[in-house]
Write a protein that binds this ligand. Sequence first.
Ligand code: ZN
Length: 233
Amino acid sequence: MLVALMLWPGFVSEQRCRLACSRTYMIKGDAQRVDEQQIRQQIVEVGRLMYERRLTDSAGGNISVRGLGVIYSTPRYAGSKYRWRLTPEQIVALADGQVRPEQASLVSREIRVHLAIYEHLPRAQAVIHAHPRYVMPFATLGRPIPPIWEDTQKFGMIELVPETPAHSPELAAHVMRTLRPKAEELAQHAIAVLVPKHGIVVVGRDLDDAYDTLERINGNAECILLCRLLGGA
Ligand SMILES: [Zn+2]
């Protein structure tokens, strides 16, 4: 009876399918775990690099990445308490992009801006908020940053959102309103806005893209300031 059953083609293909499917699920599960670990590690590395290269300071900044149904974010006090020497375990995972009550004290208060971006911009895969050294004079005086380098032309003018208190729900709304006209550009490159007297928000297609753009905008801003010493820009 068993032999007869095993000879039935349906039995064989069903067994194969079961094996193949379970293997697929195992591989998928492992890949997800590797993926999560990679994302956490990359956030930690980018945070350290931002601090070392004065692209942010100990006063603040935050990094997030969109995963599979999860938003990964740097913890509260990443700069002031940990001086950007984070470990992958400190990265906070927000399931379904929601801050659960027990996570409220762990996550940065600026997470509102990040979550609004992920909700309204499906192409957004990573967000960096930072206080870069040479961007800060522009943000402080409320001046947009014109692109003066060939490799920053694509970003256009980096505009300012209306002045709004940090951590407020209004700031998230203002950032979204200013970014929305650039939403389609996100298919080609990262987009960014300045927050008056505060810093910058960069939205990327992935974290490499967001970090690269942060560096370019800060370098472009530095070059504007230095060119003025030479009587140009
Ligand atoms: Zn900030």
